[in-house]
Design a binder for this molecule. Structure first.
Ligand SMILES: [Zn+2]
Ligand SMILES: [Zn+2]
Length: 489
């Protein structure tokens, strides 16, 4: 649920090893650097406000939605990348962490130094959100609801609710570790262990993040709640509560949070409940249960930690690369050419890896969850029609083995409605989910074919095992090859 620009900002701020140097800068140099960054920020603000205003004007002129919507999204991505570049420059070129640690004297404080380090990025985000307001208002609220301050407050709450617990877990974890094992930083294994502990804590505590960052309420008692609770029982899926996520009726979405059964919530947005009928909501709920029953979240945690180990092999390669290159002493705004090259290659490898490997895995897992969603509303008879709703009194309280044609229809209808009411085209490509059209075509191929269903499950199992073996081997190799710091690339 962590938005990618925030994740990238966190990696820039804390994932690059210790950048705080060993001494303070002199006073005039600090002012010079802050002024330079402010000039950069002013340029970024002008660009963001200009493009926000331009896309809002285009949108109101040609209300015909999709092309303008796509253009707006594309523009937002470009601005996010620019914001990250500006922050990266502050971190590496202007030595912001050094100013925080020595000039502001925040070294060895809990949480304060972390917040100060990421502060330039948060300021950039505030500028970006403010600039996006005119177009966001038109896109999400049809130009009527929500003033500027409630809009900005909601965005701040969404980010702070994710960021603060994350920083707290990371900062406290590091502090305790340094106290218990003073030289854990010296060894790769220690750093990987730290990362695994942080990842586990985040997964266990994720409901706290979600409840802090999204306004929610309990789904009221009634036929819908009964139906969903029955489905949860039928699928052997314990959860603490079912929550309605208030979005002002602007978004159709659902999610699940928490790795522990007694501390796990399912979230359905208000618009999803208003727009879909009970069986369709049940299918969406089934999709979310599918993610848990197939342990996707746990696998992503393993994948993340293993990837850090695997990717640190890149550092070994980069070190030999920079040995071959003649070091160019020339610097540009405080960054040397060699550094730019090293960073460029590292970021390109990281980006390519996540785009292809994570994207592929995520789309496979979504398919598996889709199948679970269809199964949740399928009948057990296998002879359909006539379709026997799993909630009618004579239906058996057991999960059906296969997907029936009516189950597939209900699930496909739910997906189409989600696309339609979110103003998306069913053809629109999605990196993490795949397009709605592809997802519908996939589940339609499976109806009444238990053998292709088994084939697909085996395929996913093979994929998981292969990845796991590769990640373990990569991590072991990087631990053996260089026992320096795993994360310092
Ligand atoms: Zn999903
Ligand atoms: Zn049926």
């Amino acid at each position: 649920m962590l938005p990618w620009p925030l994740l990238a900002g966190l990696i820039l701020a804390f994932g690059l090893g210790d950048l705080s140097g060993t001494s303070a800068l002199d006073f005039s140099s600090v002012w010079h650097r802050v002024a330079l960054w402010m000039v950069g920020l002013a340029g970024f603000a002008a660009l963001a406000i200009g493009s926000g205003w331009f896309s809002a004007r285009q949108f109101s002129r040609l209300y015909e939605g999709l092309p303008v919507r796509r253009f707006t999204l594309w523009l937002a991505r470009v601005l996010e990348v620019l914001a990250l570049a500006l922050f990266g420059w502050a971190m590496l070129g202007l030595e912001w962490p050094r100013i925080v640690a020595w000039n502001l004297g925040a070294r060895n404080t809990i949480l304060v130094d972390d917040i100060l380090i990421i502060a330039p990025f948060l300021i950039e985000l505030l500028v970006l959100w403010s600039a996006e307001y005119p177009i966001e208002r038109l896109l999400r609220h049809g130009g009527t609801r929500s003033g500027f301050w409630p809009y900005l407050r909601l965005r701040i709450r969404q980010t702070a609710g994710l960021l603060l617990p994350l920083l707290l877990i990371y900062g406290l974890g590091q502090d305790l570790l340094v106290r218990a094992f003073p030289d854990y930083r010296e060894s790769s294994a220690g750093q990987l262990g730290m990362l695994a502990v942080v990842a586990t804590c985040i997964m266990l505590a994720s409901p706290v993040f979600v409840r802090l960052s999204c306004p929610t309420r309990r789904l009221e008692d009634g036929p819908l709640r009964d139906r969903l609770e029955r489905l949860a029982r039928r699928s052997g899926f314990p959860c603490r509560d079912i929550l309605v996520w208030e979005t002002g009726g602007s978004l159709l979405n659902a999610g699940i949070t928490g790795a522990l059964p007694f501390f796990r919530y399912v979230l359905l947005t208000d618009a999803l409940i208003q727009r879909l009928d009970a069986a369709e909501i049940e299918a969406v709920f089934g999709h979310e249960i599918g993610h848990v029953k197939h342990r996707h979240l746990v696998f992503f945690g393993l994948f993340f930690v293993g990837s850090v180990g695997l990717l640190s092999l890149v550092e070994v390669g980069l070190q030999s690369l920079t040995g071959v290159l003649p070091m160019v002493p020339q610097t540009w705004l405080g960054v040397s050419l060699g550094e730019i090259l090293e960073w460029g290659v590292a970021l390109a490898v990281l980006g390519t890896y996540f785009f292809f490997v994570f994207g592929f895995l995520s789309r496979r897992f979504e398919r598996q969850a889709d199948v679970f969603g269809c199964r949740a509303v399928s009948c057990t008879s296998g002879e359909c029609p006539p379709h026997l709703d799993p909630n009618c009194p004579i239906a058996q309280e057991e999960a059906p083995r296969s997907v029936c044609p009516s189950g597939v229809r209900i699930f496909a209808q739910a997906l189409s409605s989600v696309a339609f009411f979110n103003g998306m085209s069913v053809q629109a490509p999605s990196w993490r989910h795949g397009s709605i059209a592809d997802r519908i075509a996939f589940v339609e191929k499976l109806e009444n074919h238990p053998e292709s269903l088994r084939h697909f499950d085996r395929h996913i199992l093979r994929l998981r095992l292969t990845l796991l073996v590769l990640l373990v081997l990569g991590t072991l190799a990087s631990l053996l090859l260089h026992d320096g710091s795993v994360l310092a690339f």
